[in-house]
Design a protein around this ligand. Structure first.
Ligand SMILES: [Zn+2]
Length: 362
């Protein structure tokens, strides 16, 4: 059969990449699964490296350059099929009713959606924040003023268990949402639903997004004003554990130590690891995830020597490689933690992060 480009696009548009991955036998957990080429990975890809983007309909392995693409490509790789074979497989799996009877010449890949709604596509499109940065900053500042200190909140014992103590949570201005309803209501009174949604704090239902994610890590500028934040759930069930504020991340976490003076900086993945290092007395900055470092941030590291402390997993190692390149291009010395140290017990073991290395408990 010959498929038109429109047929192919219609087919892709009516598929959920997560369902395709599952139908292919990949074990998808929280949008990730193990690389089909696990043997290329250091530890058989024990920590899954392939992530799915349901909204874009794409998959991407952090390590393998050739393991990425759309639903059709995923079928090609997983079933060792060519393009045509992959399209046929998808049609047979998801739209068997559209396969023409022998002797007929119908060649549509998917049912006529003018008559019926797409049967399986589940895509949540979140509105893009389009907001005046000054108003956004005002909202974030006002939000933080309504929050409680960590002392006396359930987050205190959670942080202590991770060996992050009072002097750190105070100096880094961590906060907790004690009275969710009150914060919700007062923000609505002050700014109105539209601005709060555009700023990324409120969801489509008109409520503050941080009902479960009540521990807040502010990204403070050099005047100690929060311009961005990440929110963390402290129970064991909530997934994802962290929620980033949507929209632009202005700078790394703990910006103030990037002061242009000569010195060392430890670059960590996530606020918890960064806070762990800060609590131990290390000059540390954090990025929300391995892929969230912006090239232009390299300039902020002027006069610093950077030690990269990303997680010891495939994503962390791939992130380390790309960050080394970014810093090299910016003329800044950077090296992974433990570079040059050949004694294995001094290095992070597989799956370890800075917090667990320092004895933090989950
Ligand atoms: Zn891979």
């Amino acid at each position: 059969m010959n498929y038109s480009r429109d047929d192919i696009e219609a087919l892709k548009a009516s598929l959920s990449i997560t369902q395709v991955a599952e139908r292919l036998g990949h074990h998808v957990v929280r949008g990730k699964f193990r690389c089909p080429y696990a043997m290329r990975h250091a530890h058989g890809d024990r920590t899954p490296s392939v992530s799915l983007s349901e909204s874009k309909g794409l998959f991407n392995c952090w390590v393998c350059q050739d393991v990425r693409g759309d639903a059709i490509r995923l079928v090609e790789i997983s079933r060792n099929l060519d393009f045509r074979g992959a399209v046929d497989w998808l049609q047979a799996e998801f739209f068997p009713e559209t396969i023409p009877a022998p002797g007929t010449s119908e060649t549509h890949l998917v049912p006529n959606f003018a008559a019926a709604a797409p049967p399986i596509k589940v895509v949540k499109v979140e509105p893009k924040p389009e907001i005046d940065p000054i108003l956004r900053a005002k909202i974030i500042l006002n939000f933080f003023e309504k929050l409680s200190p960590i002392e006396g909140s359930p987050a205190a014992s959670w942080l202590v268990k991770r060996r992050i103590f009072k002097k750190t949570w105070e100096s880094m201005r961590l906060r907790y949402i004690t009275d969710y309803d009150k914060v919700n209501r007062e923000l609505l009174q002050n700014f109105g639903i539209e601005a709060l949604q555009k700023a990324g704090l409120f969801n489509e239902n008109g409520n503050l997004r941080y009902y479960k994610h009540r521990l807040l890590f502010p990204y403070l500028d050099k005047k100690i004003i929060p311009l961005y934040f990440q929110a963390r759930a402290i129970d064991n069930e909530t997934q994802p554990k962290e929620l980033n504020l949507r929209g632009t991340i202005p700078f790394p976490f703990n910006l103030k130590i990037l002061d242009g003076n000569i010195g060392w900086v430890y670059l960590c993945e996530g606020c918890v690891d960064t806070l762990t290092m800060i609590d131990r007395g290390f000059p540390a900055v954090g990025i929300p995830g391995v892929k969230s470092f912006k090239t232009e941030w390299a300039n902020l590291f002027k006069n610093k020597r950077v030690i990269l402390c990303l997680d010891q997993d495939d994503a962390g190692r791939a992130g380390t490689e790309s960050l080394l390149e970014v810093f090299k291009n910016a003329g800044i010395d950077a090296a992974p933690l433990g570079a040059g140290i050949s004694v294995e017990r001094f290095q992070l073991s597989e799956g370890q992060d800075m917090n667990s290395w320092f004895g933090g408990k989950r």
